[in-house]
Design a protein around this ligand. Sequence first.
Ligand SMILES: *Cc1c(COP(=O)(O)O)cnc(C)c1O
Length: 447
Amino acid sequence: MYRASFSCTITQIVNTEHLKTIDKKHLWHPYASIGNPPPVRFAVSARGTKIYLDDGTELIDAISSWWTVALGHNPPEVVEAIKHQCDEMTHVMFAGFTHRPAAELAETLLDMLPSSLNKIFLADSGSIAVECAAKMAVQYQHACGKPEKCKLAALKGGYHGDTTGAMALSDPDGMHILFRGLLPEHYFAKQPKCRFGEPWIESDFDSMLSVLDTHGSSIAAVIVEPIFQAANAMWMYHPEYLSRLETECNKRDILLICDEIATGFGRTGRLFAHEHAGIVPDILCLGKILTGGNVTLAAAVASGIVADVISKGPVSDNEVTGSSSGAFMHGPTYMGNPVACAAASATLKLFRDFDWQGSVARIEKELTEQLSPMAALPNVRDVRVLGAVGVLELEQMPSADVVNTVIKETGVWLRPFSRFVYTMPPYITTSEEIRRITDAMGKIAGA
Ligand SMILES: *Cc1c(COP(=O)(O)O)cnc(C)c1O
């Protein structure tokens, strides 16, 4: 069995003032102003659950560096695989070539996926995987002789990425509201309200049913984050919603896309979140934990049926691209990058040998025990735990000052957004570290 064996890191106190000045003046950070930048910490190394800073402090990475490092930072086996691949070949274009890392990744991934999902498109980031999934759905309908089915339906409260096509599928009233004018319009159903673990109420599906009934003839696919809406809502909903969705999509020849970029690889307690509902999507998006947070890589995986239909489709031989009939019209420059594929293969092999079920179940239990009592705090509106996800929904957004002070005092790296203080820790996080994480969350919530 895989046990994390991270080499210790001796943190050198380095003089970083010059570099910090360059950063502050010239580098954009995610969702941040460059004119009035929020504080950034200078990371010099990371191992296991910890990030080490230039001033000698260490932080527990309670959000797995945006939900990626499920097996910890710098797992030696993955680092070794990356180094080995760098010695052989760092890159070759994927048009006209293939290579061992890509084929081995496919083989490893297929072992984990439902058998119907077996045609893999390697993308360079999660957002691009979403773009590819949407294009596959539209190209599928086109090949079926239904070019009018060229819109998607999605959920309020959802998040599918930051590129234009992916933003257009994310909550229209959410973080991208500024860009509305830029975006193609799709159809949105109300956010599912029935909670995971509570009784199902059929009326929760009414809004989606009405979207499908009214616009079904122009809808190519429905895209959802199954069970757990992460970046926009931190919300866990009832699996029955997905069962109903699968049934209603099938009736109308609408494809179902599950965006499991955040939920895939055990985060919700199942290998893939759609398993909670016993459904299988037509297209699955993967990212984040796919490479264990080591290198960027994502995938859109289509069912054999979807791929077959696209392959027999009428996209004609194209003089410009040299593409043959039935080509899927997407091809990023760094598609199938060998280093990224090697990192993903090594990560998935580690994952397979690791008792992630046991770890995620333990973390779920600890988060439930430690966060539930915080529901009584005046500033806490709701507490939600599923798998290795723990969320405090507050009444009031915490101030940046409070968050920064708590991080400094507790040595726990959290990044609340909107009214959500949450943890999505690496699966190797110890019980003692989980306790420190929930204490820090409680402090932010005003304990
Ligand atoms: C993070 C995320 C994305 C976007 O992935 P990037 O790699 O940041 O482009 C898309 N969908 C979901 C559900 C995500 O959590």
